[in-house]
Design a binder for this molecule. Structure first.
Ligand SMILES: Cc1ncc(COP(=O)(O)O)c(C=O)c1O
Length: 381
């Protein structure tokens, strides 16, 4: 039988974009030096602070999240600076790569993929290396579906008088993050995940004077990402901004404010829990030791090829989830619960996952995960 192939995007980025947001992108392109656009930019960027829970400044680059990561490194540090970096997956490795590319001297806190660094481990590393300028972390390590105790880590970094930088590219809005209350100095993110926009904007939020002091002192080479240029021109942009993405961002911020950030966090936690239960009901295990609400990484039995599984789901049933990265390629699948998704998207994922698992010869009771999901949804409505 051939199915109507409806497109379900259930990956940890890019994520689906609501129609109301997409329509905003179809508006006329304003010139970026006009008062209309500058007002729009100001209103939008002031509103975006809510997503980071900060009164500090948020800037949007025309880049993906990695651009904002690079901006953090080159703006805060000078070549030769010593920093602590946590590496427990692909995106921790990215911090390390960028730090090395800019000539920093990173002290790596390396953990097995799937483990979460603890505040105690950070405290210990800071005590052994009191001269570090900053600590680089990944709030949600998307390659393993692991979330760290950022609040606890912020506390110990603050006590040490150091600057905390976190990659919240995938966690923003999916996991509670309160920059000002917790004392997270710098947060980077991107548009194509919890913010419910297409790819194309990289965000950096600078929440403390301590961070601005490092920015003032930084001697690293930089040009497009030079935050001093953005601060000097704000709310205008030193270069051509992504005008239509700004319309879209304004709309998504409005939608999130209307829903309230607490409810957005709750919704992600709910789908995360539903997904973890459904995975277990199929006799499968989670990869992460501290699973978060962005994405669930699922270990596959050796008899199941993850590449084939995701291909069947995508090509036969139209459901796009993610596979494993690096050494986990083919060995895990990653099911997102990120952004503009409802319980019925999760049902579509598990329905197609069960069909694909059956096709590949995995033994389980057909419908087991769907029953688990339906029961969980019904208990909570
Ligand atoms: C935690 C994390 N950091 C960084 C990135 C890189 O973002 P981008 O692909 O937008 O450059 C991603 C993307 O998946 C991510 O999940």
């Amino acid at each position: 039988m051939h199915f109507m192939k409806k497109y379900y995007l259930v990956a940890p980025g890019p994520t689906p974009v609501p129609y109301d947001v997409l329509l905003e992108g179809a508006k006329e392109v304003l010139h970026h030096r006009t008062p209309q656009f500058i007002n729009l930019m100001e209103e939008t960027m002031e509103g975006t602070k809510y997503l980071f829970q900060t009164s500090g400044q948020v800037y949007a680059f025309v880049s993906s999240g990695t651009g904002a990561m690079e901006a953090a490194v080159e703006n805060l540090l000078s070549p030769g600076d010593r920093v602590i970096v946590v590496v427990a997956g692909k995106f921790g490795e990215r911090w390390l790569d960028i730090l090395k590319a800019f000539g920093m001297k990173p002290i790596t806190l390396e953990l097995e993929w799937g483990e979460a660094v603890s505040p105690e481990q950070i405290k210990d590393a800071l005590e052994k290396n009191p001269d570090v300028k900053a600590v680089f972390t990944t709030h949600s390590e998307t390659s393993t579906g692991t979330v760290i105790d950022l609040e606890g880590i912020a506390k110990v970094v603050k006590e040490a008088g150091t600057v905390l930088v976190t990659d919240a590219v995938s966690s923003l809005l999916a996991e509670p993050l309160k920059m000002d209350e917790w004392g997270v100095d710098v947060v980077v993110s991107g548009s194509q995940k919890g913010v419910m926009l297409p790819p194309g904007l990289g965000f950096i939020a600078v929440g403390s004077e301590k961070a601005w002091k490092l920015i003032e002192e930084s001697k690293s080479p930089k040009y497009y990402f030079d935050l001093k240029a953005y601060r000097g021109k704000y709310p205008e942009n030193p270069y051509t901004p992504a005008v239509n993405m700004v319309y879209m961002l304004k709309k998504s911020v409005e939608m999130i404010k209307e829903e309230t950030i607490e409810k957005v966090w709750e919704r992600h936690a709910f789908l995360g829990e539903a997904t973890r239960r459904a995975v277990k009901s199929l006799g499968l295990e989670l990869l992460s030791k501290r699973p978060g609400n962005v994405v669930t990484a699922v270990k596959l039995p050796p008899s199941i090829d993850g590449n084939k599984l995701t291909k069947i789901m995508r090509d036969k049933y139209g459901v796009t989830i993610a596979g494993g990265q690096a050494h986990l390629k083919g060995k895990i699948i990653r099911i997102a619960h990120l952004g503009y998704l409802s319980p019925f998207d999760t049902l579509a994922v598990f329905s197609s996952l069960e069909l694909a698992l059956k096709e590949l010869g995995y033994k389980f009771e057909l419908g087991a995960s769907l029953k688990t999901l339906q029961e969980y949804f019904s208990e909570n409505t």
